[in-house]
Write a protein that binds this ligand. Structure first.
Ligand SMILES: [Fe+2]
Length: 304
């Protein structure tokens, strides 16, 4: 548990810019978490997925597609981003996924927009278990690492930050049903559970006993000013990493093919309207071409 003062700081969106993350406690009740975990056990089996439910699986499911609109989440994101922020349809549920230190903006390299003062882009996660030492259900962050993106050359900042790296590693105290949003430029890891011996740890999926499974519902959100740049990154990745490589896992092409509102379920559109936010959307020709890619990739996958 955090001390009272730390708890106050990490759960107050006012400190988001400084810390690079904000925690919102109990966006779901313990009962709701228990029910959702059971549903997910079944859903992963029904969809024949081992480690990931993708946007098309999430949007098919009325319970899952409601989660980004939980009132406490919307309230926090309005404060962290802007009142009419853009939600991304890149919903995934990760199962038993663990890995090394990285930034989510890694594929964007050092694009100039990452250094803009107006840049506000967050990864959002709803965690369905404790972030414990033994089972590793959450993430760790390197405090202030997002501050490396400023007017001073990045390489120099990186060198200056390096000696403090270890000291600034922070294990985020997360309980089941908590929500965490963090700056896409913040260094973080999904710490491996002590349960898995070091020699057996693999980047990505690592099996755990079913009742101890790690489930996280992830999506992105940003201010309007940051939406277009990321959409271009999505389209590029869909084409280069999925279409050209005939990838079996279809993620970027999936959400990059969906225009808002026409390609979303009615109740989802209604939730967007009621919360007065927007959904980041490709333009018509981008969506059309991704739909063609999507069809081809799915056909390809079913033939294998
Ligand atoms: Fe990440």
């Amino acid at each position: 548990m955090y001390s009272k003062l730390i708890e106050k700081i990490v759960t107050d969106p006012k400190y988001f810019s400084l810390l690079g993350f904000t925690l919102v406690r109990s966006v779901m009740s313990q009962d709701a978490v228990g029910i959702l975990r059971k549903n997910l056990d079944q859903l992963f089996a029904v969809e024949n997925q081992e480690r990931l439910l993708l946007p098309r699986h999430v949007l098919k499911n009325p319970t899952l597609r409601k989660l980004p609109f939980l009132p406490k989440i919307v309230r926090a994101l309005k404060e962290v981003l802007e009142p009419r922020y853009a939600l991304w349809g890149d919903f995934v549920v990760q199962k038993n996924s663990f890995g090394r230190w990285h930034v989510d903006s890694g594929s964007e390299k050092l694009q100039p927009y990452l250094f803009e003062k107006s840049y506000r882009f967050v990864k959002c996660g709803i965690f369905l278990q404790e972030n414990s030492h033994e089972w590793g259900g959450g993430i760790g962050v390197r405090l202030f690492s997002h501050k490396k993106y400023n007017k001073i050359p990045y390489r120099l900042n990186d060198i200056l930050y390096s000696p403090f790296k270890k000291m600034l590693e922070h294990h985020v105290i997360i309980h089941p049903g908590d929500f965490l949003c963090f700056d896409s430029r913040l260094e973080h890891n999904s710490r491996f559970p002590a349960y898995i011996p070091e020699a057996q740890r693999k980047e990505g999926y690592n099996p755990l006993p079913e009742e101890k499974a790690k489930y996280v519902f992830y999506f992105n959100a940003c201010n309007q000013a940051s939406a277009r740049d990321f959409m271009e990154n999505t389209l590029r990745r869909g084409f280069c990493e999925e279409y050209i490589k005939k990838s079996e896992e279809i993620f970027f092409t999936d959400y990059g093919s969906r225009m808002f509102p026409e390609d979303f379920p009615k109740d989802f559109i209604e939730n967007v309207r009621q919360t007065n936010i927007t959904v980041a959307s490709p333009n018509q020709w981008e969506a059309d071409i991704n739909k063609i890619f999507m069809e081809e990739l799915q056909k390809n996958a079913s033939h294998q």
